[in-house]
Design a protein around this ligand. Sequence first.
Ligand code: SAH
Ligand code: DHB
Ligand code: MG
Length: 222
Amino acid sequence: MMQERWSAVDEYVAGLLVPHDLALEAAQSASDAAGLPAIQVSPPQGKLLNLLARSIGAKTLLEFGTLGAYSTIWLGRALLEGGRLVTLEADPGYAKVARENIARAGLEDVVDLRVGAALDLLPDLHVEGIGPFDFIFIDADKENSPAYFSWALERSRPGGLIVADNVVRDGTLADPESEDPKVQAQRRLHEMISAEDRVNATTIQTVGAKGYDGFTIALVDG
Ligand code: SAH
Ligand code: DHB
Ligand code: MG
């Protein structure tokens, strides 16, 4: 009952405020056809990522967890001239679909999709001198969100934003007894941020087409 209403509001908002983008729609259809799980950000959330990246004039972006590149395309659309987006995906099958979707969106020259476990790929970025980053979206395996956040903090430029998805998890974020490793990890992430004086952060609970969840936004001190 509530889920229907949340989805209806997402559709209403998207209908008026989220413009049709043929490449995003094609990416979604191709991802569905290839059997990828439908766990991408919703259209209003994708637009939020785009607005956040644009609002800070982000030129160097990093994404953990590409899936079919739906959020990647939203972020890629925010890039300024000369900007670059690195996105990391562990699953080669998902990455293949993502690569086609990125090309269809005309973003193949600005999106650098790398395949492997993110923690294995990060040292390469460092060695290649990619970064510091203006905007980092953490949306891969939730168990590693605290590790990704630690890395992100070291490789963010002052004034940069770090956004972590799926932190509220049906409200289980507030349950200290939860035995779910994803919940425990998101609680650790919050404790880590709380003890960290280089960032200012908050977490926003969301309802919508994807149920009840939420995201953390952290502004790295400038
Ligand atoms: N950001 C996407 C959704 C990502 S879903 C969007 O909103 O459109 C999470 C993705 O993280 C999945 O594709 C999964 O394969 C990937 N993933 C899981 N573990 C990973 C790891 N260790 N390193 C990189 N990617 C990983
Ligand atoms: C899952 C992952 C996501 O990034 C998301 O937004 C929703 C669900 C998942 O792994 O189930
Ligand atoms: Mg997510």
